[in-house]
Design a protein around this ligand. Structure first.
Ligand SMILES: [Ca+2]
Ligand SMILES: [Ca+2]
Length: 81
């Protein structure tokens, strides 16, 4: 019983300690160092061409980690659930 409670406490602390800001689920699946529209769309199915070009602030055709972080912090991309 005590053990169970302790474990719950640890999980709760871990959740609270996780920085919610700039936390993205986007994965660089092809490992090229940037995020393509396809890669971003995996984590954000509601992504549109328009939204993607908005995130791609230097218009390079893909999204860097910095661009992605900025978009999440600006609330352009909203993490689901
Ligand atoms: Ca990539
Ligand atoms: Ca870019």
């Amino acid at each position: 019983m005590t053990n169970k409670l302790t474990r719950f406490g640890i999980v709760a602390i871990a959740l609270l300690a996780t920085p919610a800001l700039a936390e993205t689920m986007v994965e660089d699946t092809d490992g090229n160092g940037t995020f393509s529209m396809e890669e971003v769309a995996v984590a954000y199915p509601e992504l549109t061409d328009e939204l993607f070009s908005q995130i791609d602030t230097d218009a390079s055709g893909d999204v860097s980690q910095d661009e992605l972080t900025a978009a999440v912090e600006a609330g352009v991309l909203v993490t689901q659930g």
